[in-house]
Design a protein around this ligand. Sequence first.
Ligand SMILES: Nc1ncnc2c1ncn2[C@@H]1O[C@H](COP(=O)(O)OP(=O)(O)O)[C@@H](O)[C@H]1O
Ligand SMILES: [Mg+2]
Length: 239
Amino acid sequence: MEALRLANLGKVFGSGHLEVRALDDVSLVINAGDLVALMGPSGSGKTTLLLCVSLILEPTAGTVVFDGETIYQNGWTGVDVRRLRREKIGFVFQSANLIPFLTVRENVLFPLDLVGRKGAAAERRVTELLEYMEVAERAHYLPALLSGGEQQRVAVARALANRPKLILADEPTASLDTVRGKKVMEMLKQIARENQTAVITVTHDARMIEGFDHVYHLKDGRLNNMVSSRYSILFSTDH
Ligand SMILES: Nc1ncnc2c1ncn2[C@@H]1O[C@H](COP(=O)(O)OP(=O)(O)O)[C@@H](O)[C@H]1O
Ligand SMILES: [Mg+2]
């Protein structure tokens, strides 16, 4: 089942001699449960792509079809994008961005609260997520007391809270050592498989994406090749 389709997506920043074509005619299809890695040099448009998919940034051309609904088409957005993000998209960033004055548990409860899910069912969901991400014993700590790897697992738990159709992760392992980075990636993999969630992960590190279904490379805003990597790593790193 198709989760996301981008057709001829473009994003231009600025105009005249300051114009930057951050995304140039990007087309791709991602199915439910697909694990997708997005690689490419710094400034190639990776973050812009994630932000345009989620309409945090408005594209300047093309079409975005998400979960069966056209959410953007050539300057038109006919959906409540904030609600769509709250309900259907989970975000993970390079640093965990947990709310520092809320406990781990409260951080994961927060997105449930935002969509009006409260009470015992929401509490059960939080417990389940913390156990799933192996941070249950940290539930009542403030984020600052956790290791980087633990914080990032809490961030993934938070991204999963509302059972999103799509997880967008922007260099989620960049601030972690290899072992902890791999652990976070393994968990993203498991999430995709078990929940049929589509996952798009930006990474610089080819060691992190063993077993991914698709690897896309961006260069100067163009998605210029695609390698299926389900059983082997067939590509070189491109920093
Ligand atoms: N808000 C912005 N205003 C102007 N230019 C931007 C903005 N955000 C990104 N860019 C430019 O768009 C290009 C792609 O950036 P980005 O998507 O952040 O790359 P990556 O995540 O691959 O490092 C770069 O040339 C960057 O300078
Ligand atoms: Mg980036």
